[in-house]
Design a protein. Structure first.
Lengths: 111, 112
């Protein structure tokens, strides 16, 4: 049982490059989330998807786009990476009791 | 403004000792509070959930308490082990919303 799987685990980009962070879950979650985690700060919500085909902006959506391709997959895209987007990114699915199930994270550095 | 504050920021204890982590919140209307454990390089994992009517809940050596009147929660770790070294994050949910409010976490290090 894989749970929530994120790829890649590590990535280094140059300023201006684009990339997509992938997230897939096999837990049948309707709701999925993308968070970023920075030192000294709590996890901050980038985007949220309540169900397949719907997405909503979170607290810090600027510079990001998302796609809920189907129930299993929720991807996060950086169109033109900036150094301020250096962070650890977590995808999560929400279980029936409201418990979040997190992936293992993507550590992104933008030079 | 909905906020979750945790203390201390970091803590070092010797293996076998007990410790207590604190969480204060100003989230309304309150739905529930969860404690998550985050090992280095991993995503957070839920330890326990506290709802409005619950005062105490245990999960092995972890015991969470909730005082809804003072809006405080604590996580007590008994007989600490090296594997308890991690960050512990307090997360509060408001009723009727999909959003979660995260604390900044307490980084615990257990020394042999």
């Amino acid at each position: 049982n894989a749970g929530v799987t994120q790829t890649p685990k590590f990535q280094v980009l140059k300023t201006g490059q684009s990339m997509t962070l992938q997230c897939a879950q096999d837990m049948n979650h309707n709701s999925m989330y993308w968070y970023r985690q920075d030192p000294g700060m709590g996890l901050r919500l980038i985007y949220y998807s309540a169900s397949e085909g719907t997405t909503d902006k979170g607290e810090v959506p600027n510079g990001y786009n998302v796609s809920r391709l189907n129930k299993r997959e929720f991807s996060l895209r950086l169109e033109s990476a900036a150094p301020s987007q250096t962070s650890v990114y977590f995808c999560a699915g929400r279980g029936g009791t409201g418990k979040l199930f997190f992936g293992s994270g993507t550590q992104l550095s933008v030079l | 403004k909905n906020q979750v504050e945790q203390s201390p920021q970091s803590l070092i204890i010797l293996e076998g000792k007990n410790c207590t982590l604190q969480c204060n919140y100003t989230v309304s209307p309150f739905s529930n509070l969860r404690w998550y454990k985050q090992d280095t390089g991993r995503g957070p994992v839920s330890l326990t959930i506290m709802t409005f009517s619950e005062n105490t809940k245990s999960n092995g050596r972890y015991t969470a308490t909730l005082d809804a009147d003072t809006k405080q929660s604590s996580l007590h770790i008994t007989a600490s082990q090296l594997s308890d070294s991690a960050s512990y994050i307090c997360v509060v949910s408001a009723t009727g919303t999909y959003k979660y409010i995260f604390g900044t976490g307490t980084r615990l290090k257990v020394l042999a």
